[in-house]
Design a protein around this ligand. Structure first.
Ligand code: FAD
Ligand code: MLT
Ligand code: ZN
Length: 486
């Protein structure tokens, strides 16, 4: 992606000089915590989809919150622009620079601070990798209340900065509810902390909420306090084939009614997303009879395996009898369960690896949920842009999957290369369609750079004005994550 047609460098920002490097070295006290080498910079400049790439000449990797504070205070005074970065797995071009912004990576803030085994409250540095936090909790019999395919790379602070949703939001709720407190450094170097907050705290504005989902535009999150549930002793996964979208909705209402408190995930995948996954993983479909238009992954989590098995069995039996489910498999052991989840979690890679992917992470009323994928396919077909097996067409497939239990669809347009004609066919068409159907243009990935010009499709003028006022109040020089959605 080139930026020249979309945005110009803001000349109010100072360019990096040797004197700045000397200052940062004096703060970090170790040259290894500054990255200036072209090859090493590439990872930080480019995003996971290889769609966005900036030209930063410097990555800073502080070890303490105080160092973050000194760095930001200096950058604010000198008007040096900064991009906060976690695991760099964001999917909207929010974690990478656009021009020469300094990248502030929190990867070295990587310690668990404390865990209270009675309340389940985890206090952690922002740069702890999500999977490491969850493994730590597993040893104590607890679970991180968010899980997603990028867990091996994304950070606890990064998911909070994004307000990521993931695979079990249906069960454990959003980070707006589970995060109890934060530590964050404001652009002028002020350290804000609510890390000692308890579950209930009605004393004025809940300031931490401003940082949850702020995508690095208001402050750098350095610490997270989060309430963790007990780790379920029993889990089941069922992978189901369904012939109509009507039936998918009925299976969902049935699952909520019959599986009730043990339902922990309800994931949707269309047939073409499965075909891409099959080709990418070079594996057979989880359901041998293969080739259905829709698939569902249902997970149950509870404390009593027998009780859960019985409930799931009855539910699946009823769904088969009513003709809602055509075929299915239920994981018989931990390995099969992991394999079914791996299949689901491979979808982002399966759609990205053909050359590129245009991603639209959206919320829609369930009655219209899948119609967006159909409308997009129709538009790409009418323009002669799409063919699964014809390499001369820019688009491989437009597929849909996502967290149906949360009304969250991922429309993914897998392409052979990033292509202006395809982008013009998709945008603003997709955003207009979503607005018309009363959805949100970002359910969980945020706005970042990708959707910076489209916020108006989901927020009113008054809301946008209030967002800008808050931004201008805390970051009057706009040094934090410039050129993004605010
Ligand atoms: P980054 O990508 O580094 O940053 C994301 C944003 O947060 C940027 O704007 C950045 O500036 C800001 N930021 C990062 N750290 C900080 C900090 N400490 N302080 C302030 N700002 C910060 N998302 C979902 O919601 N659900 C999913 O199921 C899901 N699955 C995914 C699967 C895969 C394979 C991949 C690659 C991504 C997936 N995502 C999913 C996207 C999701 O946004 C990220 O995985 C995660 O939220 C970002 O964490 P990160 O540490 O990598 O942050
Ligand atoms: C997912 O649900 O797999 C993630 O949000 C990533 C994606 O949308 O591809
Ligand atoms: Zn998702």
């Amino acid at each position: 992606e080139t930026y020249s047609d979309k945005v110009k460098r803001d000349e109010r920002f100072k360019k990096l000089e040797d004197s700045d490097l000397k200052f940062f070295e004096s703060v970090l006290k170790d040259k290894n915590y500054l990255i200036t080498n072209e090859d090493d910079l590439d990872f930080f400049n480019e995003d996971w989809m290889r769609k966005y790439k900036g030209q930063s000449k410097l990555v800073l990797k502080p070890k303490t919150t105080e160092q973050v504070s000194e760095i930001l205070k200096y950058c604010n005074e000198k008007k040096l622009a900064v991009v906060p970065q976690g695991g760099n797995t964001g999917l909207v071009g929010g974690s990478n620079p656009i021009f020469d912004e300094i990248i502030l990576s929190v990867a070295n803030l990587n310690k668990i601070r404390s865990f209270d085994e009675v309340s389940g409250i985890l206090k952690s540095d922002a740069g702890v990798i999500l999977e490491n936090a969850d493994n730590f909790l597993a040893e104590k019999g607890y679970l991180f209340p968010l899980d997603l395919g990028a867990k091996g790379s994304c950070h606890v602070g990064g998911v909070v900065a994004t307000n990521a949703g993931g695979l079990r939001l249906l069960r454990y709720g959003s980070l707006h509810g589970t995060v109890l407190g934060l530590e964050a450094v404001l652009p002028d170097g002020t350290i804000y902390s609510s890390m000692d907050s308890l579950r209930k705290d009605n004393t004025g504005y809940d300031l931490k909420q401003l940082f949850i989902g702020s995508e690095g535009t208001l402050g750098v999150i350095t610490g997270v306090s989060i309430l963790c549930p007990a780790r379920p002793a029993a889990s089941n996964v069922a992978f189901l084939a369904v012939s109509s979208y009507e039936a998918v909705q009925k299976v969902f209402t049935g699952a909520r009614r019959e599986l009730s408190e043990i339902l922990s995930a309800f994931e949707f995948m269309d047939g073409t997303s499965q075909e891409l996954t099959r080709r990418y993983l070079k594996l057979d479909y989880p359901i041998e009879s293969g080739d259905y238009p829709y698939y569902i992954l249902i997970e149950t989590s509870g404390s009593n395996k027998e009780h859960d098995d019985e409930k799931l069995e009855t539910f699946l039996g009823n769904a088969m009898e009513e003709g809602l489910v055509d075929d299915g498999v239920v994981a018989q052991d931990e390995t099969q369960l992991r394999n079914l989840w791996n299949w689901r979690e491979s979808l982002p890679e399966a759609t990205a690896h053909w050359g590129g992917v245009y991603k639209y992470d959206v919320s829609l009323p369930l009655k219209d949920y899948y119609k967006l994928v159909e409308a997009t396919n129709q538009r790409l077909s009418e323009r002669g842009l799409i063919d699964l097996d014809d390499d001369s067409k820019p688009v491989v497939e437009a597929v849909g999957y996502g967290h149906l239990g949360d009304g969250n669809l991922h429309l993914n347009v897998a392409v052979r290369e990033y292509n202006k004609e395809v982008e013009k066919a998709l945008e603003p068409f997709v955003y207009e369609w979503i607005k018309e159907h009363k959805g949100s243009i970002s359910a969980e990935h945020g706005l970042g750079f990708q959707k910076k010009n489209y916020i108006g499709y989901s927020k009113s003028d008054i809301e946008i004005k209030m967002i800008k006022e808050i931004k201008n109040h805390y970051d009057p020089n706009c040094i934090l994550n410039p050129y993004k959605y605010v």
